[in-house]
Design a protein around this ligand. Sequence first.
Ligand SMILES: Nc1ncnc2c1ncn2[C@@H]1O[C@H](COP(=O)(O)OP(=O)(O)OP(=O)(O)O)[C@@H](O)[C@H]1O
Ligand SMILES: [Mg+2]
Length: 341
Amino acid sequence: MADTTPPPLLTVRDLGVTFPTPRGPVRAVDSLSFDVPHGRTLGIVGESGSGKSVTSLAVMGLHTGAEVTGSVALDGRELVGLPDRELNRLRGRRMAMIFQDPLSSLHPYHTVGEQIAEHHRVHFGTRRAAARARAIEALAEVGIPEPKRRAGAYPHQFSGGMRQRVMIAMALVCEPDLLIADEPTTALDVTVQAQILDLLARLQQERRLSVVMITHDLGVVARVAHEVLVMYGGRAVEQAPVDALFAAPAHPYTRGLLDSLPRLDDPDDVPLRAIPGTPPSLLDPAPGCAFAPRCARAAAGTPEERNRCADERPVLTGRDGRTAACHFAALPAVAHEGTAP
Ligand SMILES: Nc1ncnc2c1ncn2[C@@H]1O[C@H](COP(=O)(O)OP(=O)(O)OP(=O)(O)O)[C@@H](O)[C@H]1O
Ligand SMILES: [Mg+2]
């Protein structure tokens, strides 16, 4: 039977981002490849400094002063190297981003209604009254009570959770195909966090949006993602459908992340199992596996195995969206089939 699967909306191939610094080039993202199909959510996880935000900014074409290599294609159109004028047209209209801290991306002296309306006007040339009506609709869609009145309020007059809803309204008012959310709920308490994640999941389904959800929180990934990309030291170390990842993590780093999640059945006096050690230096990367110095599997290996981890960089192996970069990855022989669309 012919394969009728449509091509993915976003295709990232061999992405590299290098920052020149006084101490030498910092390779923040290296050899990164992933797809985001239409109507699906990719969760990108990894600890602080693993390259999640640098990746999302590279997709949006927002890196200035960095060397970006490889390919980022949106609906088949190459974005790396596109002039700023063309990128500006795509940003907001075809792809939008939600940042962790809404106050840094909302203007303090303009009402939220004006800001959302202006965004619509810029991209569609909408007349003022129509843009204003569209802004009020967008606020209603994200669950802002009394949207007509609240459109006239300033960002500081909203609570953190409401501001994050405003950001989502702003990101979605131009009906983009791709939404990148970089830690959108980290600053919120757990109840509000759950509401925002549910809102994003609902909008994603209704609009068949493609979403990249960036987080260091595996609980967030479990709640919203279809596929997961685990990053370590600027590289992908594991890629898997979400249920396969939680059922059987293949990479020791992913296993460490899962083990460090608090569990309800833990006795009160058991300390959380953090992964020992610190993230790798990106200035002077080791020749072998970046995770090896912290890896329980490497430490338990024979001297030959330990040498291999220290000297030989593992490449991603596996198939059907289930891959891991570890010489001793515990990959299942048959690909998991539970999450096909
Ligand atoms: N403009 C820059 N110049 C030099 N290095 C940078 C720059 N921006 C980011 N980096 C480095 O790139 C690496 C990845 O940063 P990034 O912000 O992507 O991490 P992250 O995974 O988003 O972490 P967090 O969870 O803390 O947000 C870090 O080591 C950071 O210091
Ligand atoms: Mg970040």
